[in-house]
Each structure stands twice: as structure tokens, then as C-alpha cells.
Design a protein around this ligand. Sequence first.
Ligand code: GLN
Length: 193
Amino acid sequence: MRRVGVLALQGDVREHVAVLAGIGIAADQVRTLAQLNDVDALILPGGESTTIAHLLVTSGLRVRLGERIREGLPVLGTCAGLILLSEEVLDGRADQWSYGALPVAVRRNGYGRQIASFESPLEVAGVGSLTGVFIRAPRVERWSADVEVLATLDHDGTGAHPVLVRVGPVWGASFHPELSGDGRVHRHFVDSI
Ligand code: GLN
């Protein structure tokens, strides 16, 4: 049985843990190096990317998580988690760092601020139709040719942007699959481990 962790420094950790429980997975909440070293896959939740980044430093997890990602740890970043995995962060804080594990550029709050949060039907490759929940969501504005795009959204008629991407074991979602009422995206990720 492979161990799936949820990075539990800040953000909607409980929602991910609940969705994983719903598909029969007892997730580990990861706050320490020992816990990080124990998991076979890790979910980086939504929340506030600058806060999570700060807590990764103060918890001592930043460097080891970077190593594990480079060594091929399967990771799924949702919303703030996607920002943390991206190569380039637009409209980030001046001192904002990210792991650069996904060759994409994301714009923080690229769909608008909290008040512009929305839900939208999505068609996800390998999963089917679901409702995407976007909360101060990052928008993928550039992506390299080797990025597998599993779902796109043309929110404002200016063109389709990827909202679920994958490069090998590294997955990122602009939306919150932990809030859409089912565990199919998590199942798809876990099945790929
Ligand atoms: N805009 C937030 C950030 O920059 C992400 C929002 C979210 O995770 N719901 O971290």
C-alpha cells in the first residue's frame, strides 16, 4: 500500500484528507522531515502560496521536498500548490520562490481576486466532466511543449488556458478538485503513482 501525504503547513488540508478518505486512502499529514521521507506521493493544497512557502522554510522541509521532487516523487499541487510547483510566478511577491518542477508560468490571482471566484464545468482527460472550483486561482499563461494538458478553460473568451497539467509525476491544478464533491481527480493521480 503506497502512502499518500498531504502537506499540512497551511491551507485546505482537511478537505484533501477527506476526499482521499472517500476513495479509501488514509492520508498522512506531512509537517516534519520524517513524515516527508515516509510518503510515496504528496499533495500540496490550496491556501496562500507565500505563507506555505514561508512555512516550508521555517519547518525545514523546503530543501528536502525539492530533492524528493527532483528524485521523482509524485506530487499534485492544487491552486497555491500549483504556484509552488511552477517555474515562473507572475504577480508574485518580490521574494516569492517556487520549486520550478512544472515548466509553466502562472499568474497569481490570474482569474481575479476573491470576489471573482467562480465554478465552471470542466472536461478532464481520463476523468470526465466535473465542476471546477476556482478561488483566487492562478492562471497558467505559458507552458512548454512537454506539458500534458488534461483540462483547459476559456473563462473570459480570451482563449483557453490549461487548468490541469502534468509533466510525468508532477501534476498541477488551478482549481480545487478537493472541493468539487468527488474524488476522481485524486483517484486519477493516485492511480498514476
Ligand atoms: N492566490 C493564492 C496564492 O497566491 C492561491 C489561492 C488558493 O489556493 N485558493 O497563494
